[in-house]
Design a protein around this ligand. Structure first.
Ligand SMILES: [Zn+2]
Length: 165
């Protein structure tokens, strides 16, 4: 690591296809019991993008390598549990999360009513304040996979700080 700055930024992206018979879980919060997302785990696309942003900032392997979707132990797993593992891994390497921001690209459901709950759950898992976690829903204005009703994608950025070497 460079000794010029103790901070690093990382970016994460994820997308999952809609699946009618699964619950929709974003940031560990159940938004509805049906019309969720397809995936090996609980398909929490928001938490997945945030994990990759954190890991990217710390220069560590991405979630595809850490949590392969061929691992039977990870079937249906709660992604907040995986986020907890990621934050522990960061700390092991001397990094602490500072803040996270994410854009959830979906035309429905609306994210705003769930925003406070999502921020609180993610913040608690990462050991940072709810003010340090931001999420917002973005519609695609008639473009892209969201408007075709195919799924949800998320872009996330994370800042981490070196607290030990
Ligand atoms: Zn994912």
């Amino acid at each position: 690591m460079s000794d010029r700055t103790p901070f690093r930024v990382g970016i994460g992206f994820d997308s999952h296809r809609f699946a009618p018979d699964r619950p929709l879980i974003l940031g560990g919060v159940r938004l509805r019991e049906r019309d969720g997302l397809l995936g090996h785990s609980d398909a929490d696309v928001l938490t997945h993008a945030i994990m990759d942003a954190l890991l990217g900032a710390a220069g560590l392997e991405d979630i595809g390598r850490l949590f392969p979707d061929t691992d039977p132990d990870l079937a249906g797993v709660d992604s907040l549990g995986l986020l907890d593992v990621v934050v522990r891994l960061l700390r092991h390497h001397g990094w602490e999360p500072v803040n996270v921001d994410a854009a959830i690209i979906c035309d429905e459901p609306r994210i705003a009513p769930f925003k406070a709950q999502i921020r609180a759950r993610l913040a608690k898992t990462m050991g940072i304040g709810a003010d340090d976690v931001n999420v917002k829903g973005k519609t695609t204005e008639g473009l892209g996979l969201a408007v075709r009703g195919e799924g949800i994608s998320v872009h996330a950025v994370a800042l981490v700080e070196k607290v030990a070497s």
